[in-house]
Design a protein around this ligand. Structure first.
Ligand code: UD1
Ligand code: MG
Length: 411
C-alpha cells in the first residue's frame, strides 16, 4: 500500500473512541483506588505545602494510566491487524512483532517503575532498568531493520563523508535513548503537575509531528506512533488534572518511566529518534545541569525540589551545603561554570570553627527559574516550566525540523 487508506482512518477513529473511554475510566479509578494506595503505604508528603506533614498523598498513581493504556493497546492490536486475519491475506508478521515488542518494553518498564516506587531503588539501579526493558525492542530492531547507518549533515560531508555505519554503536545509542528518556523526565520533578505536564506536552508534540508526517513517505511508522500517542495523552490527562497544584495525587516514578519508555519506543520504531530527542531539549539542559550532582562532583541531597517559604507561601531555590575542602578540582570548575552562566547561585562562608563552607542552589532548571524570577508560587512555577517545555521543546523543534533542517539535510 502506498498511502493511508480508509481502514487506517477507521482504526484512528476507533483509537480515539476507546481512548476517551480509557480516559473516563482512569478518572473514575483515581478516587476509588487512592485510599487503597495509602493503605498499602504508597504515599508521600507534599513537601511544598504549609500543612505538608499532616496530609498523606497517594503515590504512584501513574500506574493507573499505564494499566489502562496497556489494556487499550491490547485491544488496538486486534483492531489494527484484523484486516489481515482473512485467510487470503498475508499476515504482516514483522509489523506485528514490532507492535508486541514495543508493548513488552513499555509493560516491562511500568513494572520496574512500580517496583522502584515500592522499593525506592538506588540511583545506579534506576539507570539500569530502562536498559533491560529496551532489550526486546532492540532485538526486534536487529531482526527487522538491521540498518545502523546514519546520514551525516551537509556541512560536515566534505570532511567526514556522506554516511556512517555505526554498527553496534547504533544499538548503544538506542538503549541510551531509552535510559535518557525515562530518567530525564524523573529528574525534572518536584513541583506539582510537572512530571505529567511535561510528558503530555511531549506526547502532543509527537502526535502533531506524526499527523504532519502521515502525508510523507514514512507514513506507516508515524501511523504506528499515532496509535500509541492518542491513548497515552488520553490516559495521562486525568492524572494531570489531579496532580496539578494543589496535588491530590502523586504520579510516582511509574509514570515517569512509563512516559519515557513510550516515547523511546515510538521514536525508535518510528525512526524519528533524533526529532524525538529535540522535544526533550529542556530535559537535556536539565540533565547536563544535573551532571555535577548526579555523578557526585557536588553533593546531591535526596530531594532537590524547591523549598517553601511558609510565610509568603512561595518557593525558593533549595540549597546544599558542604565543606569547601571536600570539593575536588572538577567539582569546583563545574560550580564556577554554572554560576557564571547563571544557572546556579552559590556563596562561601566561614563557620564558627573557622572552616570554609559553600552553599549552592541545587543544579536543576527548576531552581534556575527561581534564581532568575525570584520566589514564585508553586502553580506559577509549574506554569513557567510547562511554558518552557512548549517553547524550547516543541516550538523550537518544529522550527528546526521544518525550517533549519534544509541547511543540514536534503529534502
Ligand atoms: C527526583 C529528583 C529529586 C526530586 C524528586 C521529586 C533527582 C536526582 N531526583 O527523585 O531531586 O526531589 O524527584 O519528585 O533530581 N514530591 C512533592 N511534590 C511534587 C512531587 C514530588 O513534594 O510535586 C515529593 C513527595 O514527597 C513524593 C516524592 O517527592 O512522595 C517523590 O519522589 P520520588 O519520585 O521518589 O523522587 P526521585 O524520582 O527519586
Ligand atoms: Mg520520581
Amino acid at each position: 500500500t502506498s498511502a493511508i487508506d480508509r481502514f487506517d482512518f477507521f482504526t484512528i477513529a476507533f483509537d480515539i473512541l476507546i481512548s476517551i473511554v480509557g480516559s473516563i475510566i482512569v478518572n473514575r479509578l483515581i478516587p476509588i483506588l487512592k485510599e487503597k494506595f495509602i493503605k498499602a503505604q504508597l504515599w508521600g508528603h507534599d513537601l511544598n505545602k504549609r500543612n505538608s506533614k499532616e496530609v498523606k498523598i497517594a503515590e504512584s498513581q501513574g500506574v493507573l494510566a499505564a494499566g489502562i493504556f496497556l489494556v487499550l493497546m491490547f485491544i488496538m492490536i486486534a483492531v489494527v491487524f484484523s484486516e489481515h486475519l482473512h485467510p487470503a491475506s498475508v499476515f504482516p508478521h514483522k509489523k506485528f512483532v514490532e507492535y508486541l515488542a514495543a508493548l513488552l518494553s513499555i509493560c516491562c518498564m511500568v513494572l520496574l517503575g512500580f517496583a522502584d516506587d515500592v522499593l525506592d531503588l538506588r540511583w545506579s539501579v534506576k539507570l539500569l532498568l530502562p536498559l533491560i526493558a529496551s532489550l526486546p525492542l532492540l532485538l526486534v530492531y536487529f531482526a527487522n531493520y538491521h540498518s545502523t547507518t546514519i546520514i551525516l549533515p551537509k556541512p560536515v560531508r566534505p570532511y567526514l563523508g556522506q554516511q556512517w555505519n555505526l554498527g553496534i554503536l547504533y544499538y548503544v545509542y538506542m538503549s541510551m535513548v531509552a535510559v535518557f528518556c525515562t530518567n530525564a523526565i524523573n529528574i525534572l520533578a518536584g513541583v506539582n503537575g510537572l512530571e505529567v505536564g511535561q510528558s503530555i506536552v511531549i506526547a502532543i508534540s509527537i502526535l502533531i509531528f506524526n499527523l504532519v508526517e502521515l502525508q510523507g513517505v514514512c507514513w506507516e511508522e508515524h501511523l504506528f506512533s499515532l496509535y500509541f500517542m492518542i491513548p497515552f495523552v488520553a490516559c495521562t490527562f486525568p492524572i494531570l488534572i489531579k496532580n496539578w497544584c494543589p496535588a491530590e495525587i502523586f504520579v510516582g516514578d511509574t509514570l515517569c518511566y512509563f512516559a519515557g519508555m513510550t516515547f523511546a519506543v515510538v521514536g525508535i520504531i518510528g525512526h524519528f529518534s533524533k526529532t524525538m530527542l529535540l522535544f526533550f531539549i529542556p530535559q537535556i539542559i536539565n540533565f547536563l545541569l544535573s551532571v555535577p550532582q548526579l555523578f557526585h562532583f557536588i553533593p546531591c541531597p535526596r530531594h532537590r525540589l524547591p523549598r517553601l517559604d511558609p510565610e509568603l507561601n512561595k518557593l525558593n531555590p533549595s540549597e546544599v551545603e558542604f565543606k569547601k575542602s571536600d570539593l575536588k578540582l572538577l567539582g569546583w570548575l563545574m560550580l564556577r561554570f554554572f554560576s557564571m552562566t547563571k544557572f546556579i547561585r552559590y556563596r562561601e562562608y566561614t563557620n564558627n570553627d573557622g572552616e570554609r563552607f559553600i552553599s549552592t542552589t541545587n543544579f536543576t532548571i527548576i531552581n534556575t527559574v527561581l534564581c532568575w524570577f525570584g520566589p514564585l508560587h508553586e502553580e506559577t512555577l509549574s506554569r513557567i516550566l510547562i511554558l518552557i517545555q512548549i517553547v524550547l521543546g516543541s516550538l523550537l523543534t518544529f522550527f528546526i525540523r521544518y525550517y533549519l533542517v534544509k541547511f543540514f539535510y536534503d529534502s
